[in-house]
Design a binder for this molecule. Sequence first.
Ligand SMILES: [Zn+2]
Length: 145
Amino acid sequence: MKYTFKCSNCQKTFEKIDSFKELMIPIPTKYHSHTSAIPLQELLKNYFSKEYIEDYKCECCQKKSKFEKTTTILKYPEVLILVFNIFNVVGQDFIQKLQKNIEVPLYDLNLKGFEGESFEKKKSYNLDSFISHYGESVDHGHYIR
Ligand SMILES: [Zn+2]
């Protein structure tokens, strides 16, 4: 995974390359009241969209500025593990479980559009297994495969 940070003041970019075991996919707030199934591609688009980090001190211009963070994949993993963050922190000590259906393709999932420049040829994934949490809350339930 490659993370690129760009300073809005001096335009200098910094890169960080990191390995990953799984992608922790958040469920954006706009989907919290969504009643129909959420397409996986929408969640991936959100995951790989640009983020902005405020008030971060730039090593180049030495000023606190806004940084644009871009996330891209450098190398496809052999097995792609996606973890959906269905637990939403509400207030200080309440965690809500989001009861959402996510539409995941059984075959040919690709990450086209989320890869970096020097990318290997396209690879697609078939769904092998799925683990789901059954239960009403964070404190109760089971994970079932
Ligand atoms: Zn700067």
